[in-house]
Ligand binder design. Sequence first.
Ligand SMILES: Nc1ncnc2c1ncn2[C@@H]1O[C@H](COP(=O)(O)OP(=O)(O)O)[C@@H](O)[C@H]1O
Ligand SMILES: [Mg+2]
Length: 343
Amino acid sequence: MKRRKSRFSLTGYIIFFATILVCVCVSVLAFELVGKTGNRLLIFLVMFAAVALMAGVCTWIDCIRRKYMVERPVNEILSATEKIAGGDFTVRLHPKHGYDKYDEYDRIFENINKMAEELSHNEVLKTDFISNVSHEIKTPLAILSNYATLLQEKGLSESAREEYTRSLLFATKRLSDLITNILKLNKLENQVLEEKKEELHLGDVLGEIVLGFEEWIGEKDIDLVCDIDDVVYRTDRTYMEIVGNNLLSNAIKFTPAGGRICVSLKDEARGVVLRVSDTGCGMSPEIGARIFDKFYQGDTSHKGEGNGLGLALVKKVIDRIGGEIAVESEEGKGSVFTITLKK
Ligand SMILES: Nc1ncnc2c1ncn2[C@@H]1O[C@H](COP(=O)(O)OP(=O)(O)O)[C@@H](O)[C@H]1O
Ligand SMILES: [Mg+2]
């Protein structure tokens, strides 16, 4: 525990008071000694000199005290805050005492350092975000422009026209998914997406989500096993759709044809537990550590099929409703995503 030391402590004031007291006592003593000589002018001069000396000493002590204890740190704070206000977040102040003897100014220094660090971190995140979004938008836009040009060619065969149109629609969907996800993420981060709680039959909601993926599961010849209980839980339907859609689409995407996916929903003692497991490509611990970062895509072979925002959204939603998300995964064997919603 850090010991708090005050620059304006009682001891400081007692020392200052004692100095004045000594000066006054010396003056009175001098007055007493000179008073015995009976020379009134000498008495006046000695008194004047003693009082002037006392005032001078006190002013000098106060000047030194202000210079070192107030003026210097205030100037340092002023110049640091001016730099931060001008956009230079690299500025750092050095506390004058050891960590266990911090006074008020040391604590202000420390807080300014923390603020500068936080601001520079946010600046990096903002720049990364803008460059990621620009990159993600550029790819489908290039596809749109290329295929639109190709479609203008005269004498196109019916099959070529169909293929180009399909690619155009795919790029349009990618762009619209990206924008929808960015907007959702932004709303969640700024707490704008209000949680509309309602009594939900989670089993039904999950069933509908699974049905939406039926065609894709069929195309990949994936064996889907569902063990879904009818659990009633009070939450926002949109939140549950974000979680279910992203976990299931990832499981299908990262599982090769002929694989198996299990979806289970159970009402357990620790809470409502949703588990999505697959026999897909799995992930290394390095990838696993970053999957909730915005725009992170660990498996580059599926880069075109997503934008790395799915799990970031799932994490935001789970944090928002106070649940937990756990991932177990082994490279080449598969992954298990477990969501626990507290009751
Ligand atoms: N079921 C899974 N199996 C293997 N890797 C996965 C799985 N789910 C997510 N991942 C990894 O996490 C990354 C981030 O997932 P996500 O945010 O949904 O982005 P995206 O699906 O757009 O790639 C993926 O790119 C992938 O590397
Ligand atoms: Mg995804």
